[in-house]
Write a protein that binds this ligand. Structure first.
Ligand SMILES: Cc1cc2nc3c(=O)[nH]c(=O)nc-3n(C[C@H](O)[C@H](O)[C@H](O)COP(=O)(O)O)c2cc1C
Length: 196
């Protein structure tokens, strides 16, 4: 087990925006959703937009678990949907994604402004497996597509839908079957939302 902010790099949290999947909990129900942990030198914080389960749970409990994973499919899935309980396991009593490569428990001190800015610090964490692979454009673009999809759902601006269609073309060319499936599922959800 690793402890404190000194272990951030070991867990893969480096300068810039670290896209992780946050697991949080409310009344025994585990929630997972993508979240960015922003590291700027010694400063470490998150920006939480209201109206999400993650926002409510972090404000209520003051913590979240950061699941570090390269699996873009999980980002696309958790951006718009809930995961079923079989995706999670308990480590040290905390809800962790079974497929995470590492996880870290972050405590969060929140400052409600127009959006909530939370100063966070690493309490403890664990590397579960060290994964490496060649860089894949399709994988990165699934993350971009998940961001565009959440914005499209929230703001319903057409340019996000156009971006999604452009991203899908490149993902179909550069990604593997898992990335193509992630994108297809994302588009299905966006399309069914558009028709409401
Ligand atoms: C890659 C990625 C990064 C995201 N980062 C943030 C973030 O830093 N803060 C935030 O409030 N929402 C962020 N989102 C959007 C939330 O994940 C999204 O609103 C989600 O539906 C919230 O789900 P929940 O209601 O289960 O918490 C991000 C989405 C993606 C795909």
């Amino acid at each position: 087990m690793l402890y404190g902010n000194e272990a951030l790099e070991e867990l893969g949290i480096v300068d810039g925006i670290n896209e992780i999947i946050a697991t949080t909990e409310s009344h025994g129900k585990v929630n997972a959703a993508p979240l960015g942990i922003i590291k700027d030198g010694d400063s470490l914080y998150i920006r939480l937009f209201s109206g999400t389960h993650t926002y409510d749970n972090v404000l209520q409990n003051g913590w979240f678990v950061a699941n570090i994973t390269h699996d873009a499919w999980l980002f696309a899935e958790t951006a718009l949907e809930d995961l079923t309980p079989q995706y999670f396991e308990r480590r040290e009593g905390l809800p962790v994604l079974k497929d995470a490569e590492a996880w870290g428990l972050f405590e969060c001190e929140t400052f409600p402004l127009d959006i909530v800015i939370g100063k966070v610090q690493l309490v403890k964490g664990e590397v579960l497996r060290r994964d490496f692979r060649a860089f894949n454009r399709g994988q990165s673009l699934v993350i971009e597509a998940a961001v565009a999809a959440t914005r499209y759902m929230a703001l319903r601006v057409d340019s996000y839908y156009e971006e999604l269609m452009k991203l899908q073309r490149i993902i179909n060319r550069c990604g593997g079957p898992r990335e193509r499936e992630a994108m297809e599922r994302l588009m299905d959800r966006v399309d069914s939302f558009s028709h409401i």
